[in-house]
Design a protein around this ligand. Structure first.
Ligand code: TYM
Length: 330
């Protein structure tokens, strides 16, 4: 029996190389090893204000990008969260078992809500309960995510354990799987901030669908420091971040990279980095254009994905409903 992998991505903003290097790349490369379920989490997206047209466009765009990145619909189920009603239903039930103190500790909520103050939605606060529902519905073994989602997966384990301690072994306990390198790609404009889909500065992130000119210009403008030496030193976050991106796109070792740029300047390194990203993204961009030429094809793949996962989700939801004493309909 293959272990089951579940992960998710929000259809908001522009999907960037941080999402790719921290998560999507791993989802695509481990498909033979695991049974895979990948979810486009539109219900998470609406925890902050979304333009309706933009949300549906982005949902299809993310689907196209996942398939273009190599996720194979025969080996992996890709589906839209709102197409499987069990996610919302289980989230409600979990809400009633999660102590509010646990939710108050979630750092992502604290960061996101700081800007919005009193206007912040209840949904944003409750975001981790829906994420726990996503994961627990599928008896997930592993959740491959970037560093920023680790706390949410750990909370999911705590919720499952608490529920199981009251009602018996209903939920499987999932493990977060965080890559050794690339789990936290930083902003190009400010290497003290995580690269994020919602940052308004155009120089902040390289997006997966950026043109070659945009990639070159963003990399050439990326923040570094006033030193000269090109080496992997975490105390120099700007150049370190760029080197990590180069390492992952070039697939060279750190030793080879250090030797290659010894005595060379930042401009030459940045030129080569931009070319490595352009080359690395080229096949994905080509495939994306092919796939999205027929939008019905994408929609049909998503429909197949939800049809495949729905029975699994409904089985878990029924087990939970039964465990807590909800009377089933006849
Ligand atoms: P989201 O949409 O913010 O990001 C998708 C994936 O990309 C990773 N990631 C990064 N990795 C490295 N460096 C970065 N700068 C970077 N930014 C983002 C994220 O860690 C994530 O793996 N809450 C989730 C979506 C979700 C989910 C789930 C994930 C909903 N339900 C269940 C796993 C399981 C999110 O907002 O990801």
């Amino acid at each position: 029996m293959k272990k089951r992998v579940f992960s998710g991505i929000q259809p908001t903003g522009n999907i960037h190389i941080g999402n790719y290097l921290g998560a999507i790349r791993h989802w695509a490369s481990s498909q033979d090893q695991y049974e895979n379920i990948f979810c486009i989490v539109d219900l998470h997206a609406i925890t902050v204000a979304q333009d309706p047209k933009e949300l549906s466009m982005k949902t299809r765009e993310v689907a196209g990008l996942l398939f273009a990145a190599g996720i194979d619909p025969r080996r992996s189920a890709v589906f839209v969260q709102s197409h499987v009603g069990a996610h919302s239903e289980l989230a409600w039930i979990l809400n009633c078992f999660i102590p509010i103190g646990w939710m108050n500790r979630m750092t992502q909520y604290k960061e996101k809500s700081e800007k919005q103050k009193e206007q912040v939605s209840v949904g944003l606060f409750d975001y981790p309960a829906l994420m726990a529902a996503d994961i627990l519905l599928y008896e997930t073994d592993q959740v491959p995510v970037g560093e920023d989602q680790k706390q949410h997966v750990e909370l999911t384990r705590d919720i499952a354990q608490r529920f199981n301690s009251i009602y018996g072994a209903v939920f499987k306990l999932p493990e977060p799987v965080i890559p050794d390198v690339g789990a936290r790609i930083m902003g190009l404009d400010d290497p003290s901030k995580k690269m994020s889909k919602s940052d308004a500065n155009p120089g902040h992130a390289v997006n997966l669908l950026d043109s070659t000119d945009a990639i070159r210009s963003k990399i050439m403008k990326a923040t570094t420091d006033s030193k000269r030496e090109i080496c992997f030193d975490e105390k120099r976050p700007g150049i370190y971040n760029l080197l990590v991106i180069y390492e992952l796109f070039s697939k060279m070792s750190r030793k080879e990279i250090t030797a290659r740029f010894e005595g060379k300047g930042y401009a030459q390194f940045k030129n080569e980095l931009a070319e490595a990203i352009i080359e690395g993204l080229r096949p994905l961009q080509l495939r994306y254009r092919e796939l999205t030429a027929d939008p019905h094809y994408l929609d049909s793949l998503l429909a197949e994905g939800s049809a495949r996962v729905k029975p699994v989700a409904e089985k878990t939801l029924s087990a939970v409903q039964k465990a807590i004493g909800l009377v089933p309909p006849i």
